[in-house]
Design a protein around this ligand. Structure first.
Ligand code: UDP
Ligand code: MG
Length: 308
């Protein structure tokens, strides 16, 4: 069994995280839940602080700690992939570096795995550790994804166990921008859910500022659903039908009732309204075109600089 921990500028939490996870690993071993080769793998996602130095020092002291250093900041999802596709083991658990996800939930995750689950999702019981804005946007987002037909596990982030079989299947997904929360349910293997209480960040600050979060959210939608494109078409049809009826009405007023054009308000309002809709629609189409462009280049998702 392997535990992978993506780290981006996590010097503040790393020593504590390593300590807690090592203790847990030892306990899992004595209880016979994991094999003797089980280890911790820290994936340094191109940190600019002392993260890698700390990983190096830990790896020298502890034989169960390994490090993978990416050549630059490739993003959380890619750091996870680098870990998943590099480390050995019959099962791999991914967990954030900041101790928000309760490591003790791994007991239940491994039990579910031994009971036959290839994928075990860590799902947070509630969102009380989030501030209001994050809570509302996150829950609204999961709801929206569901409505768009994307199969996601509600309130599950990237705390999960994958069996070797599941990881091997994941390798076959070729997309460059991998939205793991959407791809993994598509694998279709036996899965289980383990609930846990999510704490606040142990130390340090979030590595997901609003800008990154919006990009990640858009990624999730455009990777798994073309419903927004369909919505544009439907809306275009609706507006066309409306303007057609409006045209007939205007002609009727002019020719039959012999009324002049009542004013320019009725001309200007739809003009601006439609202008806005058109720009928005172009933007949505642009998102998909850009995505095709990025994917078509087939660039590597991550580059490993060093392994310990
Ligand atoms: N992370 C990463 N690369 C990035 C951003 C984040 O590897 O570019 C890692 C980060 O170190 C942490 C995990 O992803 O282990 C989740 O990030 P964070 O806890 O900051 O997100 P939040 O919990 O605030 O959503
Ligand atoms: Mg966090």
């Amino acid at each position: 069994m392997a535990i992978i921990v993506p780290c981006y500028n996590e010097e503040a939490v790393l020593p504590e995280t390593a300590h807690r996870l090592l203790e847990l690993l030892a306990e899992l071993r004595t209880r016979g839940k994991v094999d003797d080769e089980s280890a911790l793998y820290f994936v340094d996602d191109g940190s600019s602080d002392r993260t890698w130095e700390i990983v190096e020092a830990l790896a020298i002291r502890e034989p169960r700690i390994h490090g993978i250093k990416l050549s630059r900041n490739c993003g959380h999802q890619n750091a996870l992939l680098a870990g998943l596709f590099t480390v050995p083991g019959d099962a791999i658990i991914s967990i954030d570096a900041d101790l928000q996800d309760d490591p003790e939930a791994m007991h239940a995750m491994l039990d579910a795995h031994h009971g036959g689950a290839d994928v075990v999702y860590g799902v947070r019981r509630h969102r009380t550790s989030d501030h209001l804005f994050k809570r509302v946007t996150a829950e609204g987002y999961y709801w929206l994804l569901g409505r768009l037909g994307v199969d996601v596990v509600f309130n599950h982030a990237d705390y999960r166990l994958l069996s070797r079989r599941a990881v091997d299947a994941l390798v076959r997904y070729g997309e460059r921008n991998m939205f793991l929360r959407g791809v993994i349910p598509q694998l279709g293997f036996n899965s289980a859910i383990v609930y846990y209480d999510r704490a606040r960040r142990f130390a340090g600050t979030t590595k997901y500022p609003l800008k990154k979060m919006v990009a990640f959210a858009l990624e999730g939608v455009t990777s798994f659903s073309t419903a927004p494109l369909r919505a544009i078409t439907l809306f275009g049809l609706f507006v066309s039908a409306l303007s057609f009826m409006g045209g007939i009405w205007t002609l009727w007023e002019r020719l039959v009732n012999n009324l002049g054009v009542p004013g320019w308000a009725s001309t200007l309002v739809p003009l601006f309204f439609l202008g806005g809709i058109q720009l928005l629609s172009l933007g949505v189409i642009g998102e998909y075109v850009a995505k095709t462009y990025i994917e078509s280049k087939g660039r590597p998702r991550y580059i490993i600089d060093r392994e310990l």
